[in-house]
Write a protein that binds this ligand. Structure first.
Ligand code: B12
Ligand code: SF4
Ligand code: SF4
Length: 311
């Protein structure tokens, strides 16, 4: 078995769904795209995105000893959907645990398997936790392509996947061919479906118009244009993925993130009256905890006004 085959086998054993390998030359065209995105102000108030762009461009400056990246995907699709009056919490956040914790455990498990075979070869790892262009590395590893909705899409499996990156001293050979863009030429469903017009062009997202940005990251007030279309999206947004034909038959992950959190399916009877204590009990270990009670209740208020207004 080649080194790559052994690592892929270990990755599946650790609970990941897909595994690919990327070389670490600077991500020049992706970083140029990122610079353009920042220059246009499309990161809204996420000022932290302005820092360390040189590390995003050149991963070897971030992890100097690294020779390659192992890029890993973990599915988060679950068939349970909000029904009737239940509000919408983004799919990735409907579990009892925070994916950062679950995937860190998987990454530590994989690192220890790699180190057992090649001592000291596993270096640092990230899942949404550092200055790494994760989507761009996933494309380089041949795992999928970037859809017009800006998400990494895996052929035959869709886009409901987290991306993790493990840097290693090993020189791994990319063994998946580059994935061509499989968005049908005439398909613009994601751009047309985005209620706030946040996808200003294919693969170009203006965070200031995005419901996901406003309900998860924004520390200030929700922009009126977004409040006007928020509906019952109390945390995050999946619309531009839900309409994508590649997500018509999503695959459940091999190992789920965790059990479903029933509180992620609360409706108008529960959200407006949620106390701080109930919030902590229901969401302490989930991605909603990072956004915090105060900002979540800001979202609840905006959704409540939207739902009470006769559109
Ligand atoms: C900032 C951020 C956000 C911001 C901005 C999103 C954005 N589109 O940039 C906000 C808060 C809005 C957000 C929302 C969401 N996010 Co987010 N987010 C990030 C974060 C931290 C950085 C992304 C970034 O660098 N943005 C700047 C832009 C310029 O870069 P980019 O989106 O990575 O795009 C690159 C590639 O697409 C590529 N590219 C673009 N066009 C083209 C064209 C071609 C031909 C090629 C080859 C490449 C290419 O170049 C870009 C620059 O390198 C990443 C984690 C990470 N460290 O990467 C997660 C991440 C992108 N988010 C993720 C998720 C799950 C979401 C949501 C689905 C959550 C939700 N349900 O509410 C939404 C999806 C919104 C959307 N349609 O993109 C996942 C995406 C997984 C996937 N399958 O793509 C990531 C990777 C986290 C993770 N580790 O799993 N997010
Ligand atoms: S996450 Fe929602 S608001 Fe943001 S671009 Fe996609 S559809 Fe539009
Ligand atoms: S909805 Fe169509 S254009 Fe948008 S990402 Fe999916 S296939 Fe591509």
């Amino acid at each position: 078995m080649s080194i790559e085959q052994t690592i892929r086998k270990n990755a599946l054993e650790a609970g990941f769904d897909f595994c690919g390998f990327a070389s670490l030359e600077p991500l020049t065209s992706d970083a140029d795209r990122l610079s353009g995105w920042l220059a246009a102000g499309y990161h809204a108030d996420m000022r932290w995105m302005e820092r360390n762009t040189h590390l995003r461009r050149d991963p070897r400056l971030l992890v100097p000893e690294a020779q390659s990246a192992v890029v890993l995907l973990s599915g988060y699709y679950h068939p349970m959907e909000p029904r009737g009056d239940q509000w919408h919490v983004a799919r990735y956040a409907r579990f009892r645990s925070d994916y950062h914790d679950v995937l860190r455990d998987r990454l530590l498990h994989l690192s220890s398997m790699i180190d057992a075979e090649w001592q000291g070869a596993a270096l640092r790892h990230y899942t949404d936790t550092g200055p790494v262009l994760e989507r761009a590395l996933a494309v380089r590893a041949g795992l999928g392509w970037i859809g017009r909705n800006n998400c990494l899409i895996v052929p035959g499996a869709g886009s409901y996947y987290f991306i993790s990156v493990l840097f290693t001293k090993l020189e791994l050979q990319p063994d998946l061919p580059p994935m061509p863009d499989h968005c049908p030429p005439s398909c613009h469903r994601c751009l047309e479906a985005c209620p706030a017009g946040a996808l200003v062009e294919p693969r170009l997202l203006d965070s200031d118009r995005c419901i996901a940005y406003h309900t998860i990251e924004n520390k200030g007030e929700i922009a009126p244009e977004v409040a006007a279309v928020i509906n019952n999206r109390v945390f995050g947004c999946d619309i531009c993925q839900e309409v994508c034909p590649w997500n018509r038959h999503p695959r459940p992950p091999r190992v789920p993130v965790d059990e479903v959190n029933e509180a992620a399916f609360y409706g108008s009877d529960q959200w407006p009256d949620l106390t701080h204590e109930q919030f902590l009990n229901a969401f302490r270990k989930t991605p909603l905890h990072r956004t915090g009670y105060k900002r979540l209740m800001r979202n609840v208020e905006v959704c409540t006004s939207f739902l009470n207004y006769d559109h």
